[in-house]
Design a binder for this molecule. Structure first.
Ligand code: ACO
Length: 330
């Protein structure tokens, strides 16, 4: 397809809260041990937003990541802000509108996008289409989640996995010849919604006893694991096949960081060296919509110019998707 414009990345940023929770810290909350968590997930520690009047909350993390990604670009130059999140501080207004105001980006469009751990990939594709159609020139995208606020801290099967964080990218218009977005493949299957969810419950109309609403994350870990180890290689085959490449042409996979074993199994299936699947899960756990930009930002100086990157997200919905991206240092 001929496109009038291309897209390029011109900034990356990330932020995590200062509080570190090590695996051993969880041993006092429920029956588990550090070795089990490390061997089954690859996670050593995660960052948690402490609940206090001083914050930080998901807006604070978003602001920090966004300012880094913007660099010398003034927020007033932006046309659009998209925030991918499933754990906003407020159901409304959107985190994107609050971020717009905090950055002082006036007279622009800002909205949230909900696709759980696939959120950043969906946001990158949405931003790119606004740019490629000529509707926007500069778009800020943020992936942020603070799952610590929505965890059942007595459930060892979920509470060990998640951490809080934010990652951001500045995407800009370039010429069609210099387009960095080479191919994509995005999917949803609502029939899998029951395998991973966080129900939103407000207070009900008083009819007898009023209960304080509390809902926490439910995850069928095995099902999600099986889904991920199949979906990721399929997506990689799709996005390379779309432009007559092969999965071996990919230089690095920046995948949603859910479990080190998932990344290792992708490397094994594709006969890749493990190092091709970039990972920082040991330090941050699963930061949901933040995990891809967090890893991208962390590894950006080590990725050689012109490398072929595969960005792949998967998560609740179920949702999954991948983008093939030609990396150019900025
Ligand atoms: N500590 C000690 N033992 C534990 C723990 C724990 N924290 N959790 C479970 N166990 C026990 C279980 O009770 C079970 O014991 P049993 O054999 O006596 O019944 C045993 O360990 C094995 O449990 P499994 O659930 O089979 O463990 P598994 O190896 O599948 O690992 C895990 C569980 C880590 C959750 C894995 O299934 C996984 O990573 N799933 C994918 C999660 C994911 O990708 N999420 C991403 C999407 S998130 C989003 O979109 C918001």
């Amino acid at each position: 397809m001929n496109i009038p414009f291309g897209v390029k990345i011109s900034g990356l940023g990330s932020a995590v809260p200062p509080k570190i929770i090590k695996n051993s810290d969880l041993e006092s909350l429920f029956e588990t041990n550090s070795e089990w968590i490390e061997s089954r997930t690859g996670i050593l520690e995660r960052r948690i937003c402490e609940f206090s009047a001083e914050k930080p909350d998901s807006l604070d993390l978003s602001i920090k990541a966004a300012k880094q990604a913007l660099g010398n670009t003034s927020p007033e130059e932006l046309d659009l802000i998209i925030v991918a999140t499933s754990t906003p501080d407020y159901l409304y207004p959107s985190t994107a509108c609050r971020l717009q105001s905090a950055l002082g980006a006036k007279n622009i469009l800002a909205f949230d996008l909900s696709a759980a751990c696939s959120g950043f990939v969906f946001a990158l594709m949405t931003a790119s289409q606004f740019i490629q159609l000529g509707t926007a020139k500069k778009v800020l995208i943020v992936g942020v989640d603070i799952h610590s606020r929505f965890m059942d801290w007595t459930d060892r099967s979920t509470a060990i996995l998640f951490g809080d964080g934010a990652g951001a990218a500045l995407i800009e218009r370039t010429s069609a010849e210099n387009n960095q977005l080479l191919s994509h493949s995005l999917h949803s299957d609502g029939s899998g919604a029951c395998e991973l969810y966080l129900k939103s419950v407000g207070g009900q109309f008083p009819n007898g006893k009023i209960q304080k609403p509390v809902e926490t994350v439910f995850m069928n870990g095995k099902k999600i694991y099986q889904f991920a180890v199949k979906a990721i290689p399929d997506i990689l085959a799709n996005i390379t096949g779309n432009i007559d490449l092969k999965t071996e042409n990919i230089d690095y996979l920046i995948c949603h960081q859910a479990n080190q074993r998932i990344l290792d199994s992708v490397a094994e299936k594709l006969n890749w060296p493990k190092e091709k699947c970039l990972s920082n899960i040991a330090k941050y756990g699963n930061t949901s919509a933040a995990s891809i930009p967090l890893a991208w930002h962390e590894y950006k100086d080590q990725i050689e110019n012109n490398s072929l990157l595969a960005l792949v997200g998967f998560g609740a919905g179920l949702t999954w998707g991948g983008i093939l991206w030609r990396w150019k240092q900025f």
